[in-house]
Design a protein around this ligand. Structure first.
Ligand code: PEP
Ligand code: MG
Length: 838
């Protein structure tokens, strides 16, 4: 025979054995809330029931007095794991039906009996719900429902309450063990053998001559988390009917219609009092289900309020501010990934979605705009004040200005570290890459899901889900309010690894400051050369025949670059700024079309044939493994000389205005110590020259970006000349796997689906392979130089799992796109707090 326990203040009810609902009800009982009599069946009992052990239902029923009506609700360990549907009014039979009719009227009695028969037939006897389609309650409807049951089941509807209860318990216990239910809850993080408790409770009917009905109340808005009495009350109603019934009343006085407070202010005051007690003792915002029977209030159940990410954050902050939970707990209650929803506009989940394509969710948030197919069109659209979505096969550095002008970006090709993805994340621009659509750029059409869209058609890009939707949809605005700032401020108190931002422009830097990044961990300087006025000088430099000519073109770029750095230093106000010297292959700065080459020939006053020949000569078979990064710095040292001069002169200028900066200069794509020596010698010489000319001293740091496996392996000797090592895990992943970051999107899904890679390594750091190189690099580097600063600045820097790895490896900081800084700060705090708790 199986065991159960009555829920009293002193009974031994615990969450692991009886489930969260039983435990929660016990807490409500201890708070002396008017909870109807309740019995809890522990998971062991429920499992035994599922296995066929008989239940002494008469013994359970005996707890509820003579001829009781009862309900059974699921009580898993975690409310998010779901459970079988609640069954109300067990115990109803012909006799009780007659009694109810005499006491509360025929219609009320019919409604309840009909509902019980329907619910029993579908949930317990597993009959088709269509056979019991909703009909108005009447004696005929009840008879018809009983008839259907008898015909389908070959027996009369069970009249014995003990048998009804036994069948309900058995069916709920078995439903929990079913494959679908198991898969559903496993998807929500439940262990394979997650237990289920059940709660049996006396029905408190919302029926009677006086004020009688049922309702649901909560004390915060579920979308914003703002304090607000929310819910409905339905006279003569049952269960959660009030939430669906159009005639339901508001709870407190409301201009929109009648309220429970209008007719029973005392009861509403009681409800609010109970709500306050629940919040304080259960340490959570709860939704309370209640009934009123002839003016007597009963609290049937309390569940954690369902909430959006923004409401979740606000609730956690409010609970900590009110001293209900400690700050540490508030920080831990907010999932770092949930912050993404607060930072960007989102597609309103309540609306409908007309999905036309799916791709990789490359940069979160959603944007609505008209389709444009070129950067030029994007800029024109922005000039007209018309939001647009830039649709490209893939993007290149020359698209950056178009991306700046667009509301969102959509590409046919690319993975999470493709150019479009990286830049969009930096700009906080919603972006979907590698989408299943076909772009016909020549005819300015895009085919998606059998439909065709042209320039000017409105679409929505949802970079949070990777979906592309036809037309405009309703959006939710970002929520960067004081609650957000408060929570992240607390997170900063707990975390023990630094968080910087990757920021290339003043706008990025301003975003980085707004999100309280502790500096810039990567400024990709090449992006500064794509502005129209600079591009010309840049191209002249590329076409220069001699070192002098090259220096002359660079001299024109120098003041612009210096101004860039002055701006960055000023925005960052003394925080560290790590500037990466020029990295990409030069051909990226050349025009790709014949028309562009002709314009260039004109500007350079050279024959088209020569310009074309020189451009072709710069073409490489594998540009990402070619003349880029430090290799350019060694072969064409004037570029780095100019950049170093601009950095140092900016340092002096800013220092003169009273702000001290210690710039950090980072050399990209290093693979050998000698490369660092060569660059360092020249940079030191430039520094000395600027010091002499300015008559002012300044400090700076020179470091190395570890992006090649060889640099990681040789970090010991490289660190002899480097004050810091920053792992560029985008290139390092690409080179460790021998896998092009721009092409990986084509087969990554298949690879992940077939289990070749557990995850996309460009997205989640491959801790086994690339991670080992990080550990080796950090260890060998630090052996040479104990005070070496070690960090990560690839896209992984904003990923919680990767942050965990870097923190464990003792890295000093992570650097990520500005919009991921809040997530990184919170994720780092979680790691530190979880370590503290063991
Ligand atoms: C990297 O390679 O990890 C990196 C940050 O540099 P980029 O993405 O500019 O190549
Ligand atoms: Mg790189």
């Amino acid at each position: 025979m199986v065991a159960f326990a009555e829920v009293t203040p002193t009974a031994r009810i615990d969450r692991a054995a009886h489930g969260w609902r039983a435990k929660c009800l016990q807490r409500l009982v201890r708070l002396e809330l008017p909870v109807p009599q309740t019995v809890a069946l522990p998971a062991l009992t429920v499992r035994a029931i599922a296995a066929g052990t008989p239940v002494d239902c008469a013994a359970i029923l005996a707890h509820f007095g003579a001829a009781p009506l009862i309900s059974v609700r699921p009580s898993p360990e975690n409310p998010d794991w779901g459970g079988p549907a609640t069954v109300l009014n067990i115990g109803l039979n012909a006799e009780r039906h007659r009694e109810l009719a005499a006491r509360h009227g025929q219609q009320a009695a019919d409604a309840i009996y009909l509902r019980f028969v329907q619910s029993y037939a579908t949930h317990v006897a597993r009959l088709d719900p269509d056979m019991f389609a909703a009909t108005a309650p009447s004696p005929e409807a009840v008879t018809a429902a009983l008839q259907v049951y008898a015909t389908e089941m070959d027996e009369e509807f069970p009249q014995d309450p003990a048998r009804q209860l036994s069948e309900v318990l058995r069916s709920m216990a078995r439903a929990w063990e079913g494959t679908t239910a198991r898969l559903l809850r496993q998807a929500k993080g439940a262990p394979v053998d997650a237990p289920l408790g059940l709660v049996v409770q006396a029905m408190a009917q919302g029926l009677g001559q006086g004020i009688s009905g049922s309702g649901v109340v909560q004390f915060v808005d579920p979308v914003t988390g703002e304090p607000q009495v929310t819910g409905r009350y339905l006279g003569q109603g049952q269960g959660r009917d009030a939430l669906k019934a159009p005639q339901a009343m508001f709870l407190t006085h409301d201009a929109r219609g009648p309220s429970l407070e209008d007719i029973a202010p005392g009861l509403v005051a009681d409800l609010i009092r109970h709500g306050t007690a629940c919040r304080a003792r259960l340490r959570e915002e709860m939704q309370i289900e209640f009934t009123i029977e002839d003016g007597r209030l009963a609290v049937l159940d309390a569940v954690r309020v369902q909430r959006s990410a923004r409401a979740g954050l606000r609730i956690a902050v409010a609970l900590a501010t009110d001293g209900v939970i400690p700050r540490e707990e508030a920080v831990l209650r907010v999932e770092p990934r949930a912050l993404t929803e607060l930072l960007h506009p989102q597609v309103d989940p309540r609306g409908t979605r007309d999905v036309i394509a799916r791709g990789i969710a490359a940069s979160p948030g959603a944007a609505v705009g008209r389709i444009v197919f070129s950067s030029h069109a994007a800029q024109a659209s922005a000039a007209r004040g018309e939001p647009c979505i830039l649709v490209r096969r893939e993007t290149a550095p020359e698209d950056i200005r178009g991306m700046h002008s667009a509301a969102g970006v959509l590409t046919e090709r690319g993975g999470v570290t493709s150019h479009a993805a990286v830049i969009a994340r930096g700009l906080g621009l919603p972006c979907v890459v590698g989408a299943d659509l076909r772009l016909d750029a020549k005819n300015k059409r895009v085919q998606a899901n059998g439909r065709s869209f042209g320039e000017g058609d409105v679409i929505t890009v949802d970079g949070t889900t990777g979906q592309v939707l036809a037309g405009a949809v309703d959006m939710l605005a970002p929520a960067l309010d004081s609650h957000f700032q408060t929570l992240l401020g607390w997170a900063d108190e707990f975390r023990d690894i630094g968080v910087r931002a990757n920021a290339d422009t003043p706008a990025d830097a301003a975003t980085a400051r707004q999100f309280a990044a502790q500096g810039i961990g990567l400024c990709r300087t090449e992006h500064m050369f794509f502005e129209e006025d600079r591009l010309v000088a840049m191209r002249e430099m590329i076409f220069a025949d001699t070192s002098e000519d090259r220096a002359a073109s660079l001299a024109r770029l120098l003041p612009m670059q210096r101004a860039d750095f002055v701006q960055l230093f000023e925005i960052m106000a003394g925080l560290p700024v790590c500037i990466r010297l020029f990295d990409p292959p030069l051909h990226e700065f050349l025009p790709h079309s014949r028309e562009g080459l002709r314009e260039l020939a004109e500007a350079l006053d050279k024959p088209l044939s020569e310009v074309t020949r020189r451009a072709e000569a710069l073409t490489e078979f594998n540009p990402m493994l070619g003349m880029r990064g430090v290799r350019l710095g060694v072969v064409l040292p004037e570029i780095y000389d100019m950049q170093a001069q601009a950095i140092f002169e900016a340092t002096v200028e800013v220092a003169r205005r009273g702000a001290a900066v210690v710039p950090e200069i980072m050399i990209p794509l290093v693979s050998a110590r000698r490369e660092v020596e060569l660059v360092k010698t020249r940079v030191d010489a430039v520094a000395a020259a600027v010091r002499v000319k300015a008559g002012r001293d300044f400090a700076y740091k020179l470091g190395v970006m570890v992006e090649t496996p060889r640099a990681a392996l040789r970090a010991g000797e490289i660190a002899q000349h480097a004050a810091f090592l920053s792992f560029g895990t985008n290139d390092l992943t690409q080179m460790t796997y021998g896998l092009s970051r721009d092409d990986a999107g084509r087969f990554m899904n298949t690879y992940v689906q077939q289990g070749v890679f557990p995850e996309d390594p460009f997205h989640i750091l491959d801790v086994d392979g690339v991670g080992e190189l990080l550990l080796i690099g950090a260890e060998r580097g630090r052996k040479t130089r104990a005070d070496l600063t070690v960090s990560i600045c690839g896209e992984h820097g904003g990923n919680p799992e990767s942050i965990a790895f870097c923190r464990k490896a003792g890295f000093d900081y992570v650097s990520c796109s500005p919009y991921r800084v809040p997530l990184a700060r919170l994720a780092a705090a979680h790691l530190a707090l979880k370590d503290r708790c063991g």
